[in-house]
Design a protein around this ligand. Structure first.
Ligand code: SF4
Length: 360
């Protein structure tokens, strides 16, 4: 029988594990605190547990299932981590520092089954869903790399589920991971500091809408009509813009005053970034009464073998201005970590010739 992976377990499941091991129940709280609060991924570091119990844990369980294979540091401070699961599948996470907060972009799947035409991850296909523990461990590993095990993060951490994979195709593991990470005895990263981005899995957007404690939602749109979206994001052939917008509208109705959600729009030079596309996009949103949405414009990050080109800076500005003139607020997302293949749509276990590369 394989070892049990403890970062997969919530407090109740840990209590069962401890009980089955014949240990007092408070050991479950200690283990939880050590794993998630102190970010200790080795039982030998957990010195508040008796030595004989630590030895037993080493025999029967594991605290860690990911191994950092490579770590790249961009000239802008972004760090990209290329990890492997215990069974050899690639997992990527990216640390993006800014003045006021840190953001960690994590993956929900190894590879991705959706075939967005502008995305490098799509080329991998789906390798497998990540477990809850593998999702949580990405965050622990990144924080430990940047700040050291257990150290406070200076200005808190935001999370975005925008790495490899479609989070809503691994819904249960994702939601359990977010619950674990929100726990105040653990990482204590509350849903309000988390954004989940979907390519448009309509039934799961509805399920997400009904969650009691819910992170922010971003939907990747990237085209103002079905014809173009069918080509760029084939998931549109399953749930078209009309169906997607119906779910988005339900989500909008569930928002509290002042809350908003996001449509992401990857700008591809000459493909979906013309003045006409901007006008159509604004009209589409206005026609559907999606007034609580903001648009994140993401200039495409070119990477071979993708053939798309980024929009020019002037066209990005024009696109934003046209949306604004029609009452749609849009922001341009500044690309980070392009030189190390850490930018949006570039995560594909690629070995970048980065300025700083530390191989472990
Ligand atoms: S953009 Fe996201 S959903 Fe689309 S293929 Fe890439 S990882 Fe998958």
């Amino acid at each position: 029988m394989g070892k049990i992976h403890l970062t997969n377990l919530n407090e109740r499941e840990l209590a069962e594990f401890v009980e089955n091991a014949g240990e007092p129940l408070f050991r479950a709280r200690q283990i939880f605190k050590n794993l998630h609060g102190r970010r200790q991924l080795s039982f030998d570091e957990m010195t508040d547990l008796p030595k004989r119990f630590r030895a037993k844990l080493n025999e029967t369980a594991t605290a860690t299932s990911l191994r950092v294979e490579k770590r790249y540091v961009s000239e802008d401070g972004t760090r990209r981590f290329l990890m492997k699961t215990h069974d050899g599948y690639p997992v990527e996470a990216v640390f993006i520092p800014t003045e006021n907060r840190d953001t960690i972009c994590f993956s929900s799947q190894s590879g991705c089954p959706l075939k967005c035409d502008f995305c490098l991850t799509a080329k991998l296909g789906l390798l497998r869903n990540l477990t809850t523990g593998e999702i949580v461990e990405q965050i622990i590993t990144v924080l430990n790399d940047v700040y050291g095990a257990g150290a406070e993060t200076p200005h808190g951490t935001n999370l975005v589920a925008m790495g490899a994979g479609e989070p809503f195709l691994n819904f249960e593991n994702l939601i359990k991971a977010l619950d674990l990470m929100a726990n105040e005895n653990g990482l204590h990263i509350v849903p309000n500091r988390v954004t989940v981005s979907t390519a448009g899995i309509v039934p799961k957007i509805r399920e997400f809408t009904r969650l009691e404690k819910r992170p922010h939602l971003a939907i990747s749109l990237s085209a103002p009509n079905d014809e173009l979206r069918d080509k760029l994001m084939p998931i549109n052939r399953k749930w078209n813009i009309e169906e997607l917008f119906a779910a988005a509208k339900e989500f909008q109705s569930s928002l509290r005053r002042g809350e908003r959600f996001t449509f992401e729009y990857v700008l591809l030079g000459g493909v979906n970034d013309t003045d006409e596309h901007a006008r159509k996009l604004a009209n589409l949103l206005n026609r559907h009464g999606l007034e609580k949405v903001k648009i994140n414009l993401i200039p495409h990050n070119s990477a071979e073998p993708l053939e798309y080109k980024p929009s020019t800076a002037e066209q990005v500005e024009r696109f934003q201005d046209i949306l604004a003139s029609k009452g749609v607020s849009a922001f341009v997302r500044r690309p980070r970590g392009r030189d190390i293949y850490a930018a949006c749509g570039q995560l594909a276990a690629k070995d970048a010739a980065a300025p700083v590369q530390i191989t472990r």
